[in-house]
Design a protein around this ligand. Structure first.
Ligand code: PEP
Ligand code: MN
Length: 347
C-alpha cells in the first residue's frame, strides 16, 4: 500500500501513522527517500485502507496493494454476476428493471408488469415505502403495497425489487422482495446497509445524490463485509448546478466503477432525467458507458400517480429503449437477458 502524506505532517501525526502500521503488521519505508510517500509492506486485510485514510497526515491511499477491499476487481479477479429471478447483471449479462415509481393501483401494477415483461424487462420495480424529501408528500402505501406486490409477483411470475427504508422493516420487505433497493437518501444509513448485508437477498444500492464514488464503494463495503455479495450498484445522477435535468447522470462514474470494481453497475436514467423525453437518450448513454442494466420508471397514465409522474415513460417508449439496449450491447459482445417466454401463470 502506498500512502501520500500531507505537507509538513507534524511528528505526532507521523507517530500515529507508524503506530497503526505496527498494529496492523506493516513495515514502512519512504520509497526513493521521498518524504511525501510512505510504502507499506505486510499481509493486509480489507479494512486497513480505510483505517489509513482516516488518519490525520494521510492525504490519500494511492495503491491499496494487499489491503484490497471486497468490491475491488483486483481482489476478485473477474467481474461478478448477480442473478435475481430471470434477471442477471454483470459479466456480460445486461438486464432491464422497470415498473412504477410507487405501488399504487394493483390492477395498474399487473398491467405494467405484463407490459414491461413483454417488452424485455426481467425484474419489476415499485416502492411500497417511499423516501420523500418532504414528510407531507405521498410516502407510499407501506404494508398494503407490499401485499399488492406479493400478489402481482405470484400472478405474473416476475421477480421484484422494492425499497427498504428502515432496518426494522428488513424482515417484512424481505418476505416479498427478490431484491432490496437501498435508495439514494439511504446510501449512508449504515445500520440499514449492515442489516441487508446480513440477509442473503440481493441488494441494489443507489448512489446518494451528493455522494462521491468512493463513498458509494465504502457503502457497498458495509453490505459485502456482512457476507452478502449479491450486490448491484446504481448510478442515478448526482446533484448538478443546472436544472434542465433533475440530476446530472455521471456516466464517468459508471465507466470508472466498471474498471475498478467487480460489482455489477446499473443506470437509472429516470431519476437522472426527471422528465420522460430524456430517459431514452440517457438510457443509451448508460449502456454505452458499460452499465450492466437499466432501471426505468414506466407508467401508462403518469397523470394519475402520486410520485415521479413527470419522468415515467409509456410502455411503448420502454419497448423502444429495450430495442436500443439489445442493439447497443451487441457492439461489445454482451447480451440482454430475455424474459422467460411463458412464466405468466394466469395469462
Ligand atoms: C426510486 O427509485 O423511486 C427512488 C426514490 O430513487 P432514488 O433513491 O434514486 O431517489
Ligand atoms: Mn421514483
Amino acid at each position: 500500500m502506498l500512502l501520500r502524506l500531507q505537507r509538513n505532517v507534524p511528528q505526532s501525526a507521523l507517530d500515529s501513522i507508524f503506530l497503526l502500521c505496527k498494529e496492523l503488521g506493516y513495515r514502512a519505508r519512504h520509497p526513493g527517500g521521498r518524504a511525501d510517500l510512505l510504502e507499506l509492506f505486510g499481509p493486509g486485510s480489507p479494512g486497513d485502507r480505510s483505517r489509513f485514510e482516516d488518519l490525520s497526515g494521510v492525504a490519500q491511499v494511492l495503491d491499496p496493494g494487499e489491503a484490497r477491499e471486497l468490491h475491488e476487481l483486483a481482489a476478485r479477479g473477474a467481474p461478478s454476476q448477480v442473478r435475481v429471478g430471470d434477471a442477471a447483471f454483470g459479466a456480460g449479462a445486461v438486464s432491464l428493471v422497470a415498473g412504477p415509481c410507487a405501488i399504487e393501483d394493483e390492477e395498474r401494477l399487473v398491467e405494467i408488469a405484463r407490459g414491461v415483461r413483454a417488452a424485455g424487462a426481467t425484474l419489476l420495480r415499485g416502492g411500497a415505502f417511499k423516501p420523500r424529501t418532504s414528510p407531507y408528500s405521498f410516502r407510499g402505501s407501506g404494508q398494503r403495497g407490499l401485499e399488492s406486490l406479493a400478489r402481482v409477483k405470484a400472478e405474473t411470475g416476475l421477480a421484484v425489487v422494492t425499497e427498504v427504508l428502515d432496518p426494522r422493516d428488513v424482515e417484512a420487505v424481505g418476505a416479498v422482495a427478490d431484491m432490496f433497493q437501498i435508495g439514494a437518501r439511504s446510501m449512508s444509513n449504515f445500520a440499514l446497509l449492515s442489516e441487508v448485508g446480513r440477509t442473503r437477498t440481493p441488494v441494489l444500492l443507489k448512489r446518494g445524490f451528493g455522494a462521491r464514488v468512493r463513498e458509494l464503494l465504502l457503502a457497498a463495503e458495509y453490505v459485502l463485509a456482512e457476507g452478502n455479495d449479491a450486490l448491484v450498484l446504481c448510478e442515478r445522477g448526482v446533484r448538478g448546478f443546472d436544472s434542465v435535468t433533475r440530476n446530472l447522470l455521471d456516466v464517468g462514474a459508471v465507466a470508472y466503477l466498471k474498471r475498478v470494481s467487480h460489482l455489477p453497475v446499473i443506470v437509472d436514467p429516470s431519476h437522472a432525467a426527471g422528465r420522460a423525453d430524456l430517459v431514452r437518450p440517457l438510457a443509451r448513454a448508460g449502456i454505452a458507458a458499460g452499465a450492466d442494466g437499466l432501471m426505468i420508471e414506466v407508467h401508462p397514465a403518469p397523470a394519475e400517480v402520486h410520485s415521479d409522474g413527470q419522468q415515467a415513460v409509456s410502455l411503448e417508449a420502454f419497448a423502444e429503449i429495450a430495442r436500443d439496449v439489445r442493439r447497443l450491447v451487441e457492439i461489445d459482445g454482451r447480451r440482454l437477458v430475455q424474459p422467460e417466454l411463458q412464466p405468466d401463470v394466469s395469462a
